[in-house]
Design a protein around this ligand. Sequence first.
Ligand SMILES: NC(=O)c1ccc[n+]([C@@H]2O[C@H](COP(=O)([O-])OP(=O)(O)OC[C@H]3O[C@@H](n4cnc5c(N)ncnc54)[C@H](O)[C@@H]3O)[C@@H](O)[C@H]2O)c1
Length: 336
Amino acid sequence: MRILVTGGAGYIGSVSVEAFVAAGHEVTVLDDLSTGHRGAVSPAARLEVGSYGDTPAVAGLLDRYHIEAVLHCAAKSLVGESMTDPAKYFRENVAGGVALLEAMRTTGVRRIVFSSTAATYGMPERIPILETDPIQPINAYGETKRCVEGAIRWYGHGYGLRSVILRYFNAAGASAAYGESHDPETHLIPAVLRAAAAGRDVTLFGDDYPTPDGTCIRDYIHVEDLARAHMLALEATDPANALTGPATGPCEPLVCNLGSGTGFSNRQVVSAAEAVIGRPISVKVGPRRPGDPPILVASPQNAHEKLGWNASQGTLEQIIGSAWEWLRAHPAGYAE
Ligand SMILES: NC(=O)c1ccc[n+]([C@@H]2O[C@H](COP(=O)([O-])OP(=O)(O)OC[C@H]3O[C@@H](n4cnc5c(N)ncnc54)[C@H](O)[C@@H]3O)[C@@H](O)[C@H]2O)c1
């Protein structure tokens, strides 16, 4: 398949690009390198530096490389920043997302897989969370993802866009070659490992939540498991696949949570990291972060039933172990 991956120089995108090229697909990466890295793009893929929000440029690229399907991974995704600068998030994620859909519509590219998030659920009413549960984001980031989900849905009804919307829980871990390198790093596992490597304290935000040890509980999913889900989702957008609608006419997105179905508290993550690296990690407890729900755990049942997907690297030790290996091999992140 000829695939365009927006955000393919970012954390999740880079590991998916690696998997796609290994499976023999022709991959074009579109990335503005705002939070991604040139060095994170597999040399077997083609890198185009630019914004997915530039409709004419994207349309040119879709035509030039005869793209059949898009994995839309690129976005701004810092929850805190989305609260202080929502305009940036609506401009980039929503206006940019619609600009990308326009480029696809005008060039007749009708297959998309979208990187959405558990943040769309807001404060969930029950655990584990099902895709049919209410979508009521409590931060601007989650709201922008909901908006793009909505645009994709209506492009499906109006123009026959075939889509899979994937709501990731907490992506973590690394492949041997590609891992997580953000600045600032707001994700717990790389933050814990970086602090451990530097001999610094790691801060946990709040220990008075209604959970067994008082810290937040999250569902971690290995980034290579996400890459496999992306491939299955792209295949599901084939016009011959009824999961994403009839061969012609209006289509409805297939929506799947991607999580392991198991929650781990922040303190459990620190303990698992201590076991992986073989020494204690010093923890500091800070105030709660606004907008952090106590517990977010996915029901991955729909992805299992519809896509035949399971988390195959589900233990915390596997996930943290791979992230630790990558950090040790890349102590300063990517060279460029
Ligand atoms: N990391 C997680 O745990 C997690 C959880 C839920 C959802 N997500 C979603 O998954 C996707 C990937 O997340 P990530 O952690 O890999 O983020 P990331 O910041 O590492 O990657 C995003 C990539 O998009 C690029 N980008 C941003 N704006 C762009 C633009 N206008 N044009 C072209 N490229 C642009 C960045 O340079 C970067 O390479 C995002 O959409 C995010 O919202 C991530």
